[in-house]
Design a binder for this molecule. Sequence first.
Ligand code: PLP
Ligand code: ZN
Length: 427
Amino acid sequence: MNITWKLRCVVCQAEYDGLEARYRCACGETLDVVHSFAAPSDRESLTREFDRRLASRHRADRSGVWRFRELVLPIDRDQAITKPEGDTNLYRSERVAEYAGIDDLALKHEGENPTGSFKDRGMTVGVTVARLLGMTRVACASTGNTSASMASYAAQAGMSAYVFIPEGKIALGKLSQALAYGAKTIQVEGNFDRAMLIAEEACRRAGAYLLNSLNPFRLEGQKAVGFELLQSLGWQPPDWIVLPGGNLGNSSAIYKGLAELGDLGLLRHMPKIAVIQAEGANPLYTALIRGSDLVPVERPDTMASAICIGGPVSWRKSLRAVRESGGTVEQVSDQEIMDAKAVVDAAGIGAEPASCATVAGCRKLVARGVIGRVERVVGILTGHLLKDPDATIGYHTGSLDDIRPTFPNAPVRVSGDIDAVLRAMGA
Ligand SMILES: *Cc1c(COP(=O)(O)O)cnc(C)c1O
Ligand SMILES: [Zn+2]
């Protein structure tokens, strides 16, 4: 196999071989995958080839990740461990657009990936690399969706999967997936950041391949969210891409992919990237406001468990994405997240709490005059509604601590007689 890419330290620029089970530089910082793309001879030949693959029956071409393999990981398409993933819908809802205060708002629903979150995009690449490295064991620390995704892809590839989860902070839908797909699930005392340290050390000692967002290849797969949304907009970039930020891998990845597309002369302009954090887990927001390095949040706290992270791994890359794209970071309360979720859900779209930070963030940025009503905005919904049924039911029944349901839809109980039923129907 011809390995055309390298790993490079994001801080000291030290370089390493492209295929090595390595996640950090000798200096301790994270690594980027650096490609040596051959610039296409005519500008549009690559995007034409990507469009042509939309009609292919090959699984890798059907994948919303491997369809873009020249820009993700240039390997033979038969080597990819793919389901396939991606190819998610771009929804438009007048109701949600009006709530956000944006005329042209499209929501890309990454919860429609095979295991219900965008994590599948990174995981197909991560597990493919694990196979190329000859690894038979994979592991991750996770607040849920990473573990669900890894467990599924590992099962498909015939590898053993080990999942480290923080105590208490995991949504039921996600935990049930990890167990069901057969991952060895190890609950570690302490928060996510602690589980993350344990996972890294355990991988080193037990010879497993680490598939946290620290893993540079996962970010390569996640770049494809950006490619695919551009493709579905006829390669016309929106003004803004808005998405939730937890470990900050997704925002970093989308920007990296778009910047690479720009270097190839295939991006008309760079969309501004807005990262939305929960107020109780807002270290990137604070770093941007203060113009400082990241100071971890000691006790991150939000109902949006997928973004309940105090010390995000990819903060440098994400801050670069925000600054260089002319974007921003916003924070939203759990109340704002859950109300936005009720609006997204009632539009028939539906998503888990963290995803709806996107819409809550859009609304706030419009109110603050940062996003203009007439700008073209794509919001990313990162995970499926069914991931966290407790949050949804708790909201509608008014049983969540500190959340007042603005748009409740609680089930009603009636006696068995038809008149009572008709009254409940408002008929
Ligand atoms: C992982 C995840 C996030 C956070 O993404 P990062 O890349 O860690 O910033 C947001 N929403 C959902 C549903 C997720 O699974
Ligand atoms: Zn370094």
